[in-house]
Design a protein around this ligand. Structure first.
Ligand code: NAD
Length: 482
C-alpha cells in the first residue's frame, strides 16, 4: 500500500474509504435503533444460513468446522440477538436527569455516534473478533472500516458479500485489507479504534490514538489462570482444562494458559488431564478435535517454551514435540507438570496448545501466583463450595472469571468482557458497550414552567456578586451537604 499515499499522507485507498464511510454514516445514524437492529438482524440470518462462511473460517484457520459453527457463527447470532433487543435500545435512549442544586432545571442526555470506527482484528477468530466487533459500533450508528488480519482476510470478504446481498447500505460497513501499515493509516483517519490483538501492537495503537485524542478500545493478550481447589470435582475440572487449553489449538485469548492446583489433588488432576489429552484427535478431518496452529512462529514459540520448562525441571506428560507425520503446522496438545515459577511458560502468553500445571500449597498461593501476571484477561476457579469459589474469584485481578467452567464468559454477551492491566482498555459486550461507541450529549434546560425562577436565580447568582446572596449560599452549603 505504501506507494499509494495520498496528498494528505493517508493512503489514498483508505482516504477514499473514509470519505464513503462518512457520507454513508449520516443516513445510517439518522435511522432509528430498531431500523439499524433490523438490518443487522437480517445480516445475522444470512450468516446463519450461509454454508460457505463456516467452511471459509475453517479453511483459513484450520479449526474444526464444529468450532467455526459452534463458536463463531453461534456467537455472532447470539450477540446480534442480544444487542438489537430492548436492553440495547434502552442503553442508547435519551434520558432526563435532575439536579439537587439546580432543582428548577433538567438535563437531556443522548448518545451520539462517534462517526467512523476502525475495527482492527486478529487472525484467531476471523468472524467473532472481526465482524463480531463491528456489531456494537454499527448498531450505535457509526460506520465501520474493518481491517482483518492479513493471515485471514477471506471471512471478512465473505461478510462484505453477505452485507451487499442483504441490500444493506453501501459504505456503512467496508472491509479494508492490509498489514500493520494499513492499520496505522486507519487509526490516523478514523474517529475511534476498536483493536483486538497482541499487547505489543495494542500499546502502539493506543499511543497513536492518544496522540490524536480519539477513543481506543484495546482487547489484548492473556495469561488466564485456572485455580483448582482441593474440594473441586477433579474429573470435571480436568475435562474442562483440556477443552479450555486446547480448543482452537490453544489460539484463544481467554484460554486456560496455566493451572494452579492445590497439592492434595494435583496428581489426580494431572493424570486425568493427561489421559484426556492423549485421546484428542488431531488433524483437519471432519471428526478432528484439534487442528493445526496458524503460523510457523507459534510452533517455534511452543518448542522454545517446552524446552525452557523442561530445562528448569518440568515434566512432559503429553505431547511436547512438533508432529512430523501430518502436513501443516502441528504442535500436539502438550501437558507440562511441575512447572517452576521461573519457567517462561508460567508467565509468558503461550497462545498455543500447551497446558502448564503448577501444584500450590493453598488458595492463597494460587491467588498470589494468578495475580502476579502483568496480564489480567480471564480466569476460572473450581470448588464444590460455591461461596469459597466466589470469594477466590472476587480476588482475582482479571476482567472476568468463571466459577466451575471455562471459556463460556465470552458467550455471555449480556455482561461486559474486557481485560485489565496489560490485557487492554475498555470492553466488549453488555448494553454498556454500545455507549463506548458514542459520545454523550447533554442539553441543560429549564423545567417547564420554571423559566421565571431561572431568570430570577441567574440575576441573584451572576454579576455583580452581593454579600447577602453569598451568605445565603454559605448557609445552603451547610444545610444541603451535611
Ligand atoms: P497482532 O497484534 O499481530 O495483529 C492484530 C491486528 O492488528 C492485525 O490485523 C494486524 O495487521 C494489526 N496491526 C498490527 N500492528 C498494528 C499497528 N501498529 N497499528 C495498527 N494495526 C496493527 O495480533 P494477532 O497475532 O493477529 O493476534 C493474536 C493476539 O491477539 C494474541 O495475543 C491474543 O491473545 C490476542 N487476542 C485478544 C483477544 C481479546 O479479546 N482480548 C481476542 C483475540 C486475540
Amino acid at each position: 500500500m505504501s506507494e499509494n499515499k495520498g496528498a494528505g499522507g493517508i493512503d489514498a485507498t483508505i482516504e477514499a474509504a473514509v470519505v464513503r464511510a462518512r457520507d454513508a454514516q449520516t443516513g445510517w445514524s439518522a435511522l432509528s435503533f430498531r431500523e439499524r437492529g433490523r438490518a443487522l438482524h437480517a445480516l445475522s440470518v444470512r450468516v446463519r444460513q450461509d454454508e460457505e462462511l463456516a467452511r471459509t473460517i475453517s479453511a483459513e484457520t484450520g479449526k474444526p468446522l464444529f468450532e467455526s459453527v459452534g463458536f463463531e457463527i453461534t456467537y455472532l447470532c447470539e450477540l446480534t440477538r442480544f444487542l438489537t433487543g430492548s436492553v440495547g435500545r434502552r442503553a442508547l435512549r435519551e434520558t432526563r436527569r435532575g439536579s439537587l442544586f439546580l432543582a428548577h432545571k433538567r438535563a437531556r442526555v443522548s448518545w451520539k455516534p462517534r462517526g467512523v470506527v476502525a475495527v482492527i482484528g486478529p487472525w484467531n477468530f476471523p468472524l467473532l473478533n472481526n465482524f463480531g466487533d463491528a456489531v456494537s459500533p454499527l448498531l450505535a450508528g457509526n460506520s465501520v472500516l474493518l481491517k482483518p488480519s492479513p493471515h485471514t482476510p477471506l471471512t471478512s470478504r465473505r461478510i462484505q458479500t453477505l452485507w451487499r446481498e442483504a441490500g444493506l447500505p453501501d459504505g456503512v460497513f467496508q472491509v479494508v485489507e492490509g498489514d500493520a501499515e494499513v492499520g496505522r493509516a486507519l487509526v490516523d483517519a478514523c474517529d475511534m479504534v476498536f483493536f483486538t490483538g497482541s499487547v505489543a501492537a495494542g500499546r502502539k495503537v493506543a499511543a497513536q490514538a492518544g496522540e490524536r485524542l480519539i477513543p481506543c478500545v484495546a482487547e489484548l493478550g492473556g495469561k488466564s489462570a485456572m485455580i483448582v481447589l482441593a474440594d473441586a470435582d477433579v474429573q470435571a475440572a480436568a475435562h474442562a482444562a483440556v477443552w479450555g487449553a486446547f480448543a482452537g489449538a490453544g489460539q484463544v485469548c481467554i484460554r486456560v494458559e496455566r493451572v494452579l492446583v492445590e497439592a492434595p489433588v494435583a496428581a489426580e488432576f494431572a493424570s486425568r488431564v493427561t489421559e484426556e489429552t492423549t485421546k484428542l484427535r488431531i488433524g483437519i478431518s471432519a471428526d478432528a478435535d484439534v487442528g493445526p496452529v496458524m503460523l510457523q512462529e507459534q510452533v517455534d514459540r511452543c518448542e522454545r517454551l517446552v524446552a525452557d520448562a523442561v530445562a528448569r525441571g518440568a515434566r512432559v506428560l503429553a505431547g511436547g514435540e512438533r508432529r512430523q507425520n501430518l502436513s501443516g503446522l502441528y504442535f500436539p496438545p502438550t501437558v507440562l507438570d511441575g512447572v517452576p515459577a521461573d519457567a517462561a511458560v508460567a508467565s509468558e502468553e503461550t497462545f498455543g496448545p500447551i497446558l502448564p500445571i503448577v501444584a500450590v500449597a493453598d488458595a492463597e498461593q494460587a491467588i498470589g501466583l494468578a495475580n502476579a501476571s502483568h496480564l489480567g484477561l480471564s480466569g476460572s476457579v473450581w470448588s464444590r463450595d460455591h461461596a469459597r469459589a466466589l470469594a477466590v474469584a472476587r480476588r482475582m485481578e482479571t476482567g472476568s472469571v468463571c466459577v466451575n467452567d471455562v471459556l463460556v464468559n465470552y458467550f455471555f454477551v449480556g455482561a461486559p468482557l474486557g481485560g485489565i492491566k496489560s490485557s487492554g482498555l475498555g470492553f466488549r459486550h453488555g448494553a454498556e458497550s454500545l455507549r463506548q461507541f458514542c459520545s454523550p450529549r447533554t442539553i441543560v434546560e429549564d423545567r417547564p414552567g420554571f423559566g421565571p425562577v431561572a431568570k430570577w436565580l441567574r440575576r441573584q447568582l451572576g454579576f455583580p456578586y452581593r454579600k447577602r446572596v453569598f451568605d445565603v449560599l454559605r448557609w445552603l452549603l451547610k444545610v444541603m451537604y451535611r
